[in-house]
Write a protein that binds this ligand. Structure first.
Ligand SMILES: [Zn+2]
Length: 155
């Protein structure tokens, strides 16, 4: 098992797949068949493909979480905005400057994480992979529905 994992059964195909980060969703179906066969027979490439797809999904989750975090931070800052004027009057300019620095940082962070998320979704098959999982799950739920409910649904 461990030797099958460490050795690729076809090094030429394996090298091509590695250069694509084991993503064959972009190539034509007739070309894809050879690579799909390789994934079936080669445990090493199959493991690599799984690793790279989970990496893509992690990146997509990470960047969208960052975007949500900055959105949340901006919402909090907007919420404490009435305090800004009090702070400005009572404590002077420092707090006022800090508030605007935080807002700018929040906006910059939000823009940066949105760009990063867009890049991840464009450069990796994470989006199609995730929608594939969603479709698979929907099919699974549909199959589990009791037939009584199924017959009620319009077709
Ligand atoms: Zn291989």
């Amino acid at each position: 098992m461990s030797s099958a994992r460490s050795q690729c059964s076809d090094r030429v195909v394996g090298a091509i797949l590695a250069s694509w980060r084991y993503d064959i969703s972009g190539i034509s179906p007739e070309m894809r068949r050879d690579y799909e066969n390789h994934f079936v027979e080669c445990a090493r490439c199959r493991a690599r493909q799984k690793f790279h797809r989970s990496l893509d999904v992690s990146l997509a989750v990470l960047t969208s979480t960052a975007a949500l975090f900055f959105l949340f931070a901006l919402a909090v800052l907007k919420h404490i905005r009435p305090l800004e004027h009090v702070a400005f009057k009572v404590l002077g300019l420092d707090i006022y400057d800090m508030y605007h620095m935080l807002v700018s940082a929040g906006i910059a962070g939000l823009c940066f994480s949105l760009i990063a998320m867009a890049l991840v979704l464009m450069a990796t098959p994470a989006a199609s992979y995730l929608s594939g999982i969603a479709a698979e799950r929907a099919r699974l739920i549909e199959r589990r529905l009791p037939s009584a409910i199924k017959s009620l649904r319009p077709r």
